[in-house]
Design a protein around this ligand. Structure first.
Ligand SMILES: NC(=O)c1ccc[n+]([C@@H]2O[C@H](COP(=O)([O-])OP(=O)(O)OC[C@H]3O[C@@H](n4cnc5c(N)ncnc54)[C@H](O)[C@@H]3O)[C@@H](O)[C@H]2O)c1
Length: 255
């Protein structure tokens, strides 16, 4: 299924991996709705992307705003593609602290709510739309979700983020099986350390250390590295039910 002439929903599209993916989709002749909670970033992004992009302020955990974003995407053209990038970092909480007090439950639940429940919310609402498409080149639609290498090598303090992202990995095959009868493919990218605003909050020396710890290439991932794989996942008809690590062969240490 070619992207050319179709429309796509990109959540978290106002920044980082989502924005780079929107750019690639537009380069291939697609139209894009950026769904993001950040209005400021979203407005900047569409000014940069031009006429083929629209911004809808949407929280991925909220049914009404995701529905509005899907409506707008369907107005732009046949909606065949969804790339779900919206997410937040973890809470860096130990299971017990130095004084043996148990870790925070509230922030754990919030990280799981945004990263995992938000993913399922986008998946279910988008699949309902994609299932109404005609079959083109064997598919009615394709979805790309975003996990993290933390799904596999979570570090100390990452219980909430790891639980959420491992959940995204876990549901990938189930979703591909479940939606197979509708000819909708579902794949997931598990990025390593990518150079986006999410990582930009780290100190320079920590970023340099992370880049040096990547076996090859010895650098942080570029958002466009993600975008290239996302577009391949959307278009390649035989890629389904798979989580692909995109990480320069990094394996995270316990801390
Ligand atoms: N950058 C990395 O190193 C890295 C590594 C592994 C996984 N990831 C994952 O990649 C995805 C994209 O991250 P990024 O690095 O591009 O970060 P980013 O901060 O640049 O972009 C994330 C975007 O998601 C939006 N967002 C957050 N919560 C939202 C919500 N509830 N509803 C709608 N939008 C929301 C933010 O406003 C932001 O624009 C995330 O799921 C993140 O967990 C990133």
């Amino acid at each position: 299924m070619n992207i050319d002439g179709s429309s796509a929903l990109v959540t978290g599209g106002a920044s980082g991996l989502g924005l780079a993916t929107a750019r690639r989709i537009i380069d291939r002749g697609g139209r894009v709705v950026l769904a993001d909670i950040s209005e400021e970033q979203g407005v900047k992004a569409i000014a940069d992307l031009g006429d083929a992009a629209r911004f809808v302020r949407a929280d991925v955990t909220d049914e009404a705003s995701v529905t509005a974003a899907l409506d707008t995407a369907q107005e732009l053209g046949p909606l065949r593609f969804v790339v779900h990038c919206a997410g937040r970092g973890g809470d860096r909480t130990r299971i017990i602290d130095r004084d043996r007090n148990p870790g925070e439950l509230t922030t754990f639940a919030e990280v799981v709510r945004v990263n995992l429940i938000g993913t399922y919310n986008v998946l279910r609402l988008a699949a309902a739309r994609l299932s109404g498409n005609d079959v083109v080149d064997g598919d009615r639609g394709a979805v790309v979700l975003t996990a993290s290498v933390a799904a596999f090598d979570g570090q100390i303090g990452q219980t909430s983020y790891t639980a959420a992202k491992a959940g995204v990995h876990g549901l990938t095959l189930v979703a591909a099986r479940d939606l197979a009868s509708w000819q909708i493919r579902v794949n997931t990218i598990a990025p390593g350390v990518m150079d986006t605003p999410m990582l930009g909050r780290l100190r320079e020396d920590i970023r340099d250390g992370l880049a040096a710890s990547v076996p090859h290439p010895k650098r942080l991932g570029e958002p466009d590295d993600f975008a290239r794989l996302a577009v391949e996942m959307l278009e390649n008809p035989y890629l389904n039910g798979q989580t692909v690590r995109l990480d320069g062969a990094i394996r995270m240490a316990p801390r």
